[in-house]
Design a protein around this ligand. Sequence first.
Ligand code: SER
Length: 629
Amino acid sequence: MSISPKFLSGSQIRQTFLDFYAQRGHKILPSASLVPEDPTVLLTIAGMLQFKPIFLGQRTAESPRATTSQKCIRTNDIENVGRTARHHTFFEMLGNFSFGDYFKKQAIAWAWELSTEVFGLPASNLVVSVFREDDEAFAIWRDEIGIPGDRIQRMGEDDNFWQSGPTGPCGPCSEIYYDFHPERGDNIDLEDDSRFIEFYNLVFMQYNKDAEGNLTPLQNQNIDTGMGLERMAQILQKVPNNYETDLIFPIIQSAAEIAGIYYHNSDEKVKVSLKVIGDHIRAVVHMIADEIRASNVGRGYILRRLIRRVVRHGRLIGIQGEFTVRVAESAIALSEAAYPNVRLREAQIKAELAREEAQFLKTLERGEKLLEEIVDRTKQQTNQQISGQDAFTLYDTYGFPLELTQEIAEEQGISVDLDGFEAAMKEQQTRAKDARQTIDLTVQGSLDKLAETIQGTEFVGYAELSSLAEVEVILVDGKSVEEAAAGTEVQVVLNQTPFYAESGGQIGDKGYLNGSLQGENGEGLLVRVDDVKKESDFFVHFGFVERGTLRVGDSITAKIDNSGRRRIQANHTATHLLQSALRKIVDDSISQAGSLVSSERLRFDFNSPRAVTAEELQKIEDLVNSWIA
Ligand code: SER
């Protein structure tokens, strides 16, 4: 009987994987949120993340074997999205996990059985890799599975030793690759992605790595695996890249339809834009469904960046007005069966997208005006060339793709200094690298310098929801500036404020800064405040200048969003009620381990000697509700 890849839809692949492992004693568990409990990463990057405490021996597993389909986001390769066949920000990872139960031999045998007998991949199309020093895994593949030695590649730490972050559980791994072109012969180079795709990673989790890089054996030998759902779909659906699988292509088609074009007739550049939209909109939909909101820090910043890239690529393919909500609709329809929360949160998803898109479109329009000025100025010059720095400002601040600037320049008979653009971009990347995930620290650094000249912020929010205040510091991209015009993201320090800053798991207030009558701006000024954080003695208001120009020394009225504050207070009180109920009903030794309180929800982490049963949950809910009533 000749084996050949079995055509399966994305949903069928997901279900087949979960069923295969369920039949082998694995408990099917739901995907964890994209917002991880684990503080070492901003977003859920792998299926193993929700099990980290189990691998580390901090929590006992509900079942010694588990299997999941986990939504993941990785943004380290964002520039490659759409350009290669398989890079994504959002993807689904199918995994089977053993917590001190089966190990290498069984994990390898099942992975092989699933790949060849269930998915029908011919052995002649498969190549595997093992960690250089892992003779045991090498021997299992060769002697028990029967793979010829020259199709088992030994690889180094970079490729075949897996860890979720700089510290934590880790171990050597073994990967299975699909060979699209076995006819190219035995000269195997697994880096050649025109020929090979890695689709299944088996991690033999057996060490804990500390900050100095020392490896200590974990109490158990565990298995953590990951199969890229989109990659398996590419293989089984015989399409040239992950984007053309049924998991993503309908989104691409809906964007193409809005633009009035056809994907298959489009040139490469347009295809890349469509793929970026297809990829990012999935990420954005799931991030908002998991309660992330666009902002200037952390995950909120990632969300904002992804939305802006979607809008930008939409313009590149000729879409004029707002379109992200319509494309999101198709992403929601595609994933609601597997992830019902995207439909439950549909309204929030659409509202957030519409708001961010409208705001960014305004920024783009301002960029267009600036570009006009630059073009006029350039035409007066002898070299007839837009400087790299100007092109970069348009790109970086106003979201203008270089291609667009070039096109417009060309129409006007002038050119763009591409080398200068590249240089400005490089410089920015170095800055961004340093600032990544530490925007707060950038603010802190700038404030340290200012601390000598100004006093800390006085908090007046216990008694007042609104107060007059003076603008002491304005930061843009972590740098102190004298003024910020409409359309700028700012961090503002006031001499006094009614805004609560984020602390102890309670998020900061939202609201507005308005020009007061005493201010030079009169009533025209409006700054939206999305979040407030405390940095040493300063309350930093993270926001966006909606209207007017904000200047250091301005007198303004700072006003918090009262309904938001009240909801936050109510959720804060609810954490206390929840803890009392847990103690009464489950165990009186229960203690708080952390919490998150926002206007929309609360999360309460606690230490408990045992799991809470379903009946107890119901009792807790009833008790808390009776107290509130
Ligand atoms: N944690 C491993 C990975 O992300 C296997 O799931 O590749």
